[in-house]
Design a protein around this ligand. Structure first.
Ligand code: CP
Length: 312
């Protein structure tokens, strides 16, 4: 692949190969000297048109640990504010010969559009409610390391599925690796056509969590609710917030995940989020750096093998 725009085009063997390489980068990142030359001489530009802590920081750290020249565009201070379009902005940066472009954008499909206009490799860091492929890959690595496998697991994804690119990418990846995926949440926060996605749907947390190996919680993404249904946080927490009592319905060794940012006391109880025996939320962040290193390393290998006309 020239780009990483989503999980959709990835074959299970490609997912496994990327996770295997990421495992090696986890080991590197735990060394005192966390450096390799995999991206030496390459230029990486990060363009985040939407807020980010984890994804932006980990892509920057990943590029730097692999020896790339990393530049973070300050989109709030860019000429987008003067009316320049996304495509013109991309063409302008493309003329500076970057090798890797990491893009987050509030509109679904914006990153795919941009990838068609530039010569370099594009990595989707989250586009609207469409895809967040590196999040699904880091979640997969976290699950594989915690459970010793990434197949035949019962996995519950809970909360605001309708507005979640994390849920979409995870449903595709986890389904492709032959897991049983359940979605748990109010019908108002389920996407239309959900029954064609090859998942089970539950409205009751206790039923949905029964016998689960993995419980993945999602934030209410109010920024994408368009003034539509916004549940009362108290009522939502009562019915769908993960606490010790609801978690007791899952398997005794079930892990708790959350992509972040968390809203404690809304979709998850703080004590459950911090429970070091169950929560792998900080491991997810650690895996994020390694997975982004692996993704950029693999795309850079493709760039080096590509015809100069495509690359230059
Ligand atoms: N999980 C995730 O994408 O977090 P950020 O929005 O902080 O990057």
């Amino acid at each position: 692949h020239r780009h990483l725009l989503g999980i959709e085009p990835l074959h299970p063997t490609e997912i496994t190969a990327l996770l295997d390489l990421a495992d090696r980068y986890v080991d590197l990142n735990r060394q005192p000297h966390k450096h390799s030359d995999a991206l030496k001489g390459l230029t990486q530009i990060n363009m985040f048109f939407e807020n980010s802590t984890r994804t932006q920081a980990s892509f920057e750290i990943a590029g730097k640990r692999l020896g790339a020249d990393v530049m973070n565009m300050q989109m709030q201070a860019s000429s987008i504010k003067k009316g320049e379009t996304l495509v013109d902005t991309a063409l302008t940066l493309n003329a500076m010969h970057p090798d890797l472009l990491v893009v987050r954008h509030p509109h679904s499909g914006a990153v795919d559009l941009l990838a068609q206009k530039v010569n370099c490799a594009v990595l989707n860091a989250g586009d609207g409610r469409h895809e967040h492929p590196t999040q699904a890959l880091l979640d997969a690595l976290t699950i594989r390391r915690a459970k010793g496998r990434l197949h035949r697991l019962n996995i519950a994804i809970c909360g605001d599925i309708a507005h979640s690119r994390v849920a979409r990418s995870n449903i595709m990846l986890l389904g492709r690796m032959e897991n049983r995926v359940r979605l748990v949440g109010p019908p108002t926060l389920m996407p239309s056509g959900i029954h064609d996605w090859g998942v089970e749907v539950y409205e009751d947390m206790r039923e949905g969590l029964a016998d689960c190996d993995v419980v993945m919680m999602l934030r209410l993404q109010k920024e994408r609710m368009d003034g539509g249904f916004i549940p009362s946080e108290r009522e939502y927490y009562h019915r769908f917030g993960l606490d010790a009592e609801k978690l007791a319905c899952a398997k005794p060794d079930a892990i708790v995940m959350h992509p972040g940012p968390m809203n404690r006391g809304v979709e998850i109880d703080g004590t459950t989020a911090d429970d070091i025996n169950r929560s792998v939320i900080q491991e997810q962040v650690e895996m994020g750096v390694a997975v982004r290193m692996a993704a950029m390393d693999l795309l850079a290998r493709n760039l080096r093998n590509a015809e100069p006309a495509q690359y230059a």
